[in-house]
Design a protein around this ligand. Structure first.
Ligand code: GLY
Length: 427
């Protein structure tokens, strides 16, 4: 089987590696891909994931058996629909289902209509009405979300009225997130523990994967700005079997049924961002794709062939597949460019990687997030650069191996968190 993967970050590297392990896989292509992915897939750096016509033209030239669409933007923009119309089989939801991530107003109203637990909210397009609501609620922190995609930056947690008012103004009046912020969601802040659960679904059956925990803030002790994710661990020890059962009954199955009832069957990987509150598990957000860097720790623990899962989802027979997981743990430490998530420099030479982009420490695997291969040298090419990942018999062992490998890699102004997994270990 020949598979074209769309995307070019650490998540796509993890997907490419999982697909490459399948005996069914012959050829892997990735557009645009990156330096590290090029060791296992032929990459097309000139075809960006959001260049929908370019991707379709590439698919028509390559004639892949499947196209695996990984990032949010092309999913929300309708790439899967365009590929299906041309007769290609795909992994990923069509646009009418990817809206579950593409519009916060849509996902909140879906949850309200179908009784899926989440924070109370209202949506606004008018600044004055939004501010009035915030004043009446008088509950801080208040959460202000841009309706559409905003590179993971469209959520502001305001600690008082002045901050909330400024956030509303920045989105609705100043157009901080462009069209994505022309409608906003204002919701209550949920206290608790965050858990990510990715789930395979064919629109009828939902099969949750192993749970994980992201570390979104830039610095240790959850300080600094929100990032795309500075590290992950799986499984998340705070997500017990009892909580998993509760989530299956009150959140996972109802969400899949709700999407189908709305005529929007979701096929692919649905990301459940959950908060375990004192009143039970609630949805913080849905994403229409694998998380990044959650995929980097979840997929290495998958014992079932990802190609078999992809085919079962396409053929809507996920109920017939028994998906198996390893009993081990996995940890990923993201090495980022100094300054990320704000301004940072690129083009720095990375030392400590061999010609395949891997470390000599073969107990770890390096997922490339933002790198480029230039005359045989790996250079930094993004904010998040590498996801150094290791599997161990338990979380402590996995973290030990991942951090040991991080110590063998360097580039100018490299930055990484030293406390990935500490919360999960109860530190
Ligand atoms: N790690 C968070 C996300 O993928 O959205």
């Amino acid at each position: 089987m020949n598979i074209l993967i769309i995307g070019g970050g650490g998540r796509e590297h993890a997907i490419a590696r999982a697909l490459s392990k399948s005996p069914k896989t012959d050829k892997l292509w990735c557009a645009p891909g990156n330096g590290g992915i090029s060791a296992i897939a032929e990459c097309f750096p000139e075809v960006k994931a959001t260049d929908l016509d370019g991707v379709v033209a590439l698919a028509e030239r390559l004639q892949p058996d499947y196209v695996f669409v990984a990032p949010d933007d092309p999913l929300v923009m309708g790439l899967v629909d365009m590929l299906n119309e041309k007769g290609f089989k795909t992994f990923g939801p069509r646009a009418n289902a990817a809206i579950i991530e593409g519009s916060k107003a849509f996902s909140k109203s879906l949850m309200k209509k179908y009784g899926i637990p989440t924070a109370a909210y209202e949506t606004f397009t008018d600044e004055e009405k939004a501010c009035e609501y915030i004043k009446t609620q008088n509950s801080y922190p208040a959460v202000i979300k841009a309706d559409g995609l905003a590179l993971g930056k469209g959520v502001i947690i305001a600690k008082d009225y002045d901050e909330a008012k400024a956030a509303v103004h920045s989105m609705l009046v100043d157009g901080k997130f462009g069209k994505s912020g022309s409608e906003i969601v204002v919701e209550g802040f949920m206290e608790g523990t965050e858990v990510t659960v990715l789930a395979f679904t064919d629109g009828k059956t939902v099969k949750p994967m192993i749970s994980s925990m992201d570390h979104k803030r830039a610095f240790d002790n959850d300080e600094g700005l929100n990032t795309g994710g500075m590290g992950t661990i799986a499984p998340n020890p705070l997500y017990t079997d009892a909580i998993a059962e509760e989530c299956m009954e009150k959140i996972f199955r109802p969400t899949i049924a709700a999407m189908s009832a709305e005529g929007r069957p979701f096929k692919g990987c649905l990301y459940f961002g959950l908060m375990l509150t004192k009143d039970g598990a609630k949805v913080v957000e849905y994403n229409s794709r694998f998380g990044d860097p959650e995929a980097q720790v979840v997929l290495p623990l998958l014992d079932t062939d990802l190609v078999d899962i992809m085919e079962a989802i396409w053929e809507e027979r996920l109920d017939t597949l028994d998906i198996k997981w390893s009993d081990s743990s996995c940890a990923c430490v993201v090495m980022a460019s100094g300054g990320y998530p704000e301004k940072y420099e690129t083009g720095k030479e990375i030392s400590g990687l061999n010609s395949d982009g891997q470390t000599a420490a073969d107990s770890a695997y390096v997922y490339h997030a933002g790198t480029k291969l230039d005359n045989g040298k790996y250079l930094t090419a993004g904010g998040r650069v590498l996801g150094v990942t290791a599997v161990g018999e338990d979380l402590k062992a996995a973290l030990g191996k991942a951090y040991a490998a991080v110590g063998t890699i360097s580039f100018e102004k490299a930055h990484y968190r030293k406390d990935i997994g500490h919360k999960a270990l109860g530190k």
